[in-house]
Design a protein around this ligand. Structure first.
Ligand SMILES: O=C(O)C1=C[C@@H](OP(=O)(O)O)[C@@H](O)[C@H](O)C1
Ligand SMILES: C=C(OP(=O)(O)O)C(=O)O
Length: 445
């Protein structure tokens, strides 16, 4: 099996056509679980050993922020960290925190810091300053937090000062990002000292499975949340985060999607290890979409495998529950037997880039016919995928998704894909291209 490494991440990467993929990939840790676990371990009483933590830009910003806040942690080896919890009392009361472009860092930290109180500034890369946070700030300021915008209203950077929090009933909008509800939920035990805190969700909650991850991890740290459907959540008083001792971070189910799609498009079997039937991540349901497209999927407790069954079938489905992995379906749709429609994905517009527009632009470069709607994308594949230079918009998922366009499940073609700025994969998967090359049966680069 070719195991090449790109010499260094150059400013573009040329991928050769690959006719067959096969092999096993051990997944890096889940971003969503890693950053939640780090914050909960920091807020908890006791020391937590975290195994399988993701090492990437997004977790580095969380680790860096915790250190700036006086939380002590030690790295035992590449993926094992020991976090010494502060039991709800941060040692440092004033800090300037760089949040990169990590939604899973800035949103939960904003809520926790606003409730704990202090003098904090939170800022990130320029795209972070275009990603909305107003619904979260409104929810927190309405219960007495003191959060100000230092740039554009509704967006980071933020300045947080000590407020007078009183929340028995609060509300948060759920239709722009589920991370606002996640943030408020994770901060709720810090407010529910003597009375219950109820959180009402305003608007239709999107990306619901991410709330399940939040509730699951809160439970592991000793806090139970009462749930009334997806519209109301209550935390009873007197619950404290307590370290579970040791916690294992599953492999990243969104990262799994690229390898599973590769197996479904170009032979396989491709197996991913680290997520399986027992996963707490909604993105494992990506495999169901591949099944719907005709691929054969097999699942174990801690692995998933995909193989192709000839040409993929076009799909028309609602992808609100798996917005990240849905991007992989958009590129897999290039290999389908007809027009595919991905619906209810308006949140794509406010992520690392405007993903609806970026996806449409880049798929068109490959010859696809694309209709871009306010919250949907419709893709008719070309006869033969054209060679193209793909722009990635500083969006890790654009880079990872479009590596799949180097596969050829349908017809021989002698072209190559150029991926601009491939190093943007460092947000969640720094070794992505090496992992992709390891399942390619021909030289990838
Ligand atoms: O809570 C989380 O870990 C995430 C929630 C999702 O965001 P939205 O709720 O904004 O869709 C997802 O896209 C993001 O990558 C991670
Ligand atoms: C939307 C994403 O990231 P974030 O956690 O920054 O929202 C993503 O990883 O696709």
């Amino acid at each position: 099996m070719p195991h090449q490494k790109p010499k260094h991440y150059p400013h573009h990467l040329d991928l050769q056509p690959v006719m067959h993929v096969e092999g096993t990939v051990r997944l890096p840790g889940s971003k969503s679980i890693s950053n939640r676990t780090l914050l909960l371990a920091a807020l908890a009483g006791g020391t937590t050993t975290i195994r399988g933590l993701l090492a990437s830009d997004d977790t580095l910003v969380m680790l860096g922020a915790l250190r700036s806040l006086g939380v002590k942690w030690d790295q035992l080896d590449e993926h094992t960290h020991l976090v010494h919890g502060v039991d709800g009392v941060l040692p440092v009361h004033a800090a300037d925190l760089f949040m990169g472009n990590a939604g899973t860092a800035i949103r939960p930290l904003t809520a926790a810091l606003a409730v704990i109180g202090g003098d904090y500034t939170l800022h990130g890369v320029s795209r972070m300053h275009e990603r909305p946070i107003g619904d979260l700030v409104d929810a927190l300021n309405a219960i007495g937090a003191q959060i100000e915008y230092t740039g554009e209203p509704g967006f980071p950077p933020l300045r947080i000062r000590r407020g007078h929090i009183h929340a028995e009933r609060m509300s948060v909008r759920g239709n722009v990002s589920s991370q606002f509800l996640t943030a408020v939920l994770m901060a709720a035990p810090l407010m529910a000292k003597t009375h219950p805190v109820s959180i009402d969700v305003v608007g239709e909650l999107i990306s619901k499975p991410y709330i399940e991850i939040t509730l699951n991890l809160m439970r592991r740290f000793g806090v139970r949340v009462e749930q009334d459907g997806w519209t109301s959540f209550t935390v009873q008083p007197g619950q404290h985060y307590a370290s579970p001792g040791e916690i294992y971070v599953e492999g990243d189910a969104s990262s799994a999607s690229y390898f599973l799609a590769a197996g479904a498009i170009a032979g396989g079997p491709v197996r991913v290890e680290g997520v399986g039937r027992d996963s707490i991540q909604g993105d494992v349901r990506f495999a169901e979409a591949l099944e719907q497209m005709g691929a054969t999927i097999t699942r174990g407790d801690n692995w998933i495998e995909a193989r192709s069954n000839g040409v993929l079938k076009a799909i028309d489905a609602d992808f609100n529950h798996i917005p990240d992995a849905a991007m992989t379906i958009a590129v897999a749709a290039l290999y389908a037997d007809g027009t595919s429609t991905l619906r209810n994905i308006a949140s794509w517009r406010v992520k690392e880039t405007d993903r609806l527009s970026a996806m449409a632009t880049e798929l068109r470069k490959l010859g696809a016919l694309v209709e871009e709607g306010p919250d949907f994308i419709r893709i008719t594949p070309p006869e033969i995928i054209a060679a193209a230079t793909i722009d990635t918009y500083d969006d890790h998922r654009m880079a990872m998704c479009f590596s799949l366009a180097s596969l050829d499940g349908r017809a021989l073609r002698g072209n190559q894909m150029r991926i601009n700025d491939p190093k943007c994969v460092a947000k969640t998967f720094p070794e992505y291209f090496e992992a992709f090359a390891s399942i390619a049966r021909e030289e990838l680069f």
